[in-house]
Design a protein around this ligand. Structure first.
Ligand code: PEP
Ligand code: MG
Length: 837
């Protein structure tokens, strides 16, 4: 092994030392700040990252200089990564401990203390440095346990436990340097945003020995409760009470009914600790957890780290620091990770509670819920009618399951990806949902769910869906409540003041619209009207309309649907109180409204009073080989114009009605799945005619805006000529992604994880907008549209509208707004503010 001494630069951490976080890491810099704040920090030395890197590469520094600085005392060696969130190898305490030191400690402080200290060091050295099996080194302290640990070490390593402090130093540093370079550690920190060559420094510090005749021990303290972020002194303390030094007694940090506490035993120390936390808070501008030791009554501050916090606590802490003028509002906004706040909007499986995971899938809609298993939508409804919470499990869901989904508290599907039917609907409803759980095997007939490891769950068994992590758990899990509190609202208002792209919600029902208002969306960016036709009373009329042989018969059915649609729109307009509402005309293939199985067809034949054979023939005739590319969207509008005419009439009549009693409504009417200019011209002509007719009939005037959904590559390419007839262009990036890739949004979930794992796609393109391909179409489409019509409103209303990276992209293209599921609106508001700062 090479020996180098020239790269072993180390710096004693003093107020004036040149400690650079980029070179020495975050912890070294933080300790220097604590020293500058006059906190009682023991002697500390920082090793720079280049030295640690050289150690990992096999060079070994001459650590003689460092060892000499700590001659005869025990030290701790801690990681000092470039960023506190990047983790790091385990700290090793009491380096320098050996037989001589053990004897000395026994003389000065008693055998038990000496044995415990030495055993602790041997255990951590064996596990973290020599990488021996942890199970061999878990014994509670005693003289025998120490002897056994030393013997086990020798047996495994064929050498005596190292006695030279210099050798211990060297080995500890080498193992920490190498652990940092390991693949797992690298992947974990890269997931937290660390660069591939993230630096690690090391910090060597004289151990504050928690013993002596006076009160001694170790602990941590912080001023904040970590789950809620409420002010509350929390932490722990473990020490020896002077009166009873033989038996180590756990002292609580704060006064506690269960036993003695540091607060009572040493109120002045307790007060000093709080004061130290306050100083950190003011000067380091952050809630810090202080790690301390009491050495024979004297307080030492060993370290301070950001208080670990839940998403909920992070919001409250940031807002409180800003309100206390310790940081400004912009900084408060930037301190909260947008993705994390979706946790606050739902019940969450308590991350602290034990979990019995039975399967994993794609986390498609966040939040947690426990309930009884049901396998059909009818059973879900029956269960809801009994006031029993149920979880709907399906191979995949179809529009017919919508009522079952409404009745369930969570949804689990074996198939599908992030834009599958189940995922989209669940996000809209705010239901926890896992899709693509391919490890489970569902037997619909026997109503049994089998897991990969052979466990069976039957109808009525309780399971938990954790839609935030994608875990399916057995039994009932402990939950945390949603937190739409004053801190959350305040932070989002601050975010609204700085962001420069609008945020609307995709909302189909009055409930969705109310949720959208609650989350302060600036309007509805997409109302998928077809979802209004799945309610029981309407489905039958809808089917009658589909089965009508003549235009006259069809009109009879549509006349029945008209007042229902009108009422839907009035409700939406009323709730949205003058905010823009963008209504998309009918989009899906008609066969989605028809039953697929024989039983359903028999029921339909009865309801329509037609022979079963005719119903079957009709269903067969409407079925398509490739329905997503078939007769749907504007193609229905062009070929069966009465449906769009009915919807336009309902929209305009509702406009007149709602405007009478509230703010003037200017509805936005949106045409889906356009691929040619002529489609827009035809629909526009008819919608204009309906508007004129309604104006005449009601003697009321109103405006409306007609726009186009850009969901086919051709619409993006021809956006210029399309914009001649469109006041707005809304990019439906779900279909646009499907068609650009030629990738079925309902089936891609089956192999998406393989594709991402093998690096074919960097991410699931239905989840994070593919900027290179689909993004190029957005770029061209928006530029071409704006060239012809400068004031054309541009937006995205696919699922990507709620994804922070995709919002950043839309903002760069100068889009006016994004529209996403109501439950993602807060995330979008905060993310948009981050990008504007
Ligand atoms: C889209 O395609 O992006 C879209 C918003 O429409 P839907 O998801 O209803 O097809
Ligand atoms: Mg679409």
């Amino acid at each position: 092994m090479q020996k180098h001494s020239d790269f072993t630069q180390y710096t004693e951490v003093t107020p004036s030392a040149a400690i650079d976080p980029a070179r020495h890491g975050w912890r070294a810099k933080c300790l220097q700040r604590l020293i500058r704040l006059d906190l009682p920090v023991p002697k500390t030395v920082a090793l720079p990252c280049d030295t640690v890197r050289a150690i990992a590469a096999g060079q070994m520094p001459d650590i003689g200089g460092i060892a000499a600085r700590f001659d005869g005392v025990l030290v701790s060696i801690r990681p000092s990564p470039g960023n506190p969130d990047w983790g790091g190898p385990n700290t090793v305490l009491n380096v320098g401990m050996n037989g001589d030191k053990h004897a000395q400690l026994a003389r000065d402080h008693g055998q038990a203390f000496a044995d415990a200290t030495y055993l602790g060091f041997v255990q951590s050295y064996a596990i973290h440095v020599a990488r021996l099996d942890p199970d061999m080194f878990t014994a509670e302290p005693s003289a025998e346990a120490l002897a056994a640990a030393l013997a086990a070490y020798e047996a495994e390593m064929d050498e005596e436990f190292p006695q030279s402090p210099a050798q211990q130093f060297t080995e500890v540093m080498r193992s920490m340097a190498r652990a940092w370079e390991g693949t797992t550690a690298r992947l974990l920190r890269e997931a937290k945003g660390a660069p591939a060559d993230a630096p690690l420094g090391l910090v060597v510090q004289e151990m504050a020995q928690a013993f002596g005749p006076g009160l001694s021990g170790r602990g941590t303290i912080q001023l904040i409760e970590p789950v809620t972020g409420a002010p509350q002194v929390t932490g722990r303390f473990r020490g020896l009470k002077p009166a009873n030094r033989k038996a180590e007694e756990t002292l609580y940090l704060v006064k506690d009914k269960r036993g003695h506490s540091l607060e009572e035993a040493a109120p002045e120390v307790f007060a000093a600790l709080q004061e130290h936390c306050q100083i950190c808070r003011r000067k380091l501008r952050e809630e810090m957890q202080i790690e301390f030791a009491l050495e024979n009554g004297a307080l030492k501050v060993i370290d301070a780290v950001r208080v670990q916090r839940s998403a909920r606590a992070s919001v409250r802490i940031a807002v409180t620091l800003a309100k206390n003028k310790i940081i400004n509002r912009e900084e408060a906004i930037l301190r909260v990770e947008p993705r994390a706040i979706s946790e606050l909007l739902h019940y969450q499986v308590d991350p602290r509670a034990p979990r019995d995971r039975i399967a994993r899938g794609i986390a498609a809609s966040p939040g947690g819920a426990s309930g009884r298993l049901v396998f059909t939508s009818a059973d879900a409804q029956a269960s809801a009618a009994r006031d029993e919470r149920c979880i709907l499990v399906r191979r995949e869901t179809s529009p017919e399951d919508i009522r079952g989904m409404h009745a369930a508290v969570a949804v689990l599907t074996e198939r599908g990806g992030v834009t599958s039917h189940a995922a989209v609907i669940a996000r809209g409803l705010g239901l926890p949902c896992i899709v693509g759980a391919s490890e489970i095997d569902i037997n619909q007939r026997d109503k049994v769910l089998k897991t990969k490891d052979g466990r069976s769950f039957r109808e009525g068994d309780v399971i938990t869906v954790d839609g935030t992590t994608g875990d399916v758990l057995a039994g009932q899990a402990e939950m945390l409540e949603p937190a739409l509190d004053e801190w959350f609202t305040t932070l989002l208002h601050w975010a609204d003041n700085v962001r420069d792209i609008g945020v609307r919600a995709n909302a189909d029902t009055p409930d969705d619209a109310r949720t959208a208002r609650m989350f302060e969306a600036e309007g509805i960016g997409l109302c998928r009207t077809e979802h209004m036709f799945f309610d029981e009373d309407r489905l039958t009329v809808m089917r009658e309309m589909i089965f009508a042989d003549t235009a006259k018969d069809r009109k009879v059915a549509l006349d029945l649907l008209l007042p229902m649609q009108r009422a839907d729109f009035i409700a939406l307009f009323d709730i949205m109180a003058g905010l823009p509402v963008c209504i998309r005309l009918f989009d899906p293939p008609l066969h989605e409204f028809l039953p697929q199985d024989r039983e359903g067809m028999r029921e339909l034949a009865e309801a329509l009073d037609r022979p079963l054979s005719e119903v079957m023939r009709r269903v067969e005739a409407l079925s398509e080989f490739n329905p997503m590319l078939g007769l749907r969207g504007v193609r229905i509008g062009v070929t069966v114009p009465e449906i769009y005419e009915m919807q336009a009439r309902a929209i305009f009549e509702a406009t007149v009605e709602a405007s009478k009693r509230g703010a003037a409504v200017v509805p936005e009417v949106m045409i889906p799945l356009v691929s040619a200019k002529r489609e827009v011209e035809l629909v526009k002509m008819r919608v204009d005619a309906v508007a004129a007719a309604v104006r005449t009939a009601t003697a009321a005037d109103f405006d409306y805006r007609l726009g186009v959904m850009v969901e086919t590559p051709r619409a993006a390419l021809r956006a210029g000529e399309i914009a001649q007839h469109a006041a707005f262009l809304s990019f439906g990036t779900n279909d646009l992604t499907q068609m650009t890739y030629g990738l079925s949004r309902d089936d891609a979930g089956r192999f998406m994880s393989d594709y991402v794992q093998q690096g074919v796609y960097p991410e699931d393109p239905f989840h994070v907008l593919d900027e290179d391909g689909v993004g190029e179409l957005l770029l061209m489409g928006s530029a071409r549209g704006r060239e012809i019509r400068q004031d054309v409103t541009l937006s995205v209303c696919g699922e990507h509208g709620g994804n922070p990276a995709s919002i950043a992209f839309c903002r760069r293209l100068g889009f006016d707004y994004v529209s996403c599921s109501p439950f993602r609106v807060p995330v979008a508001r905060l993310a948009a503010a981050h990008f504007a700062l």
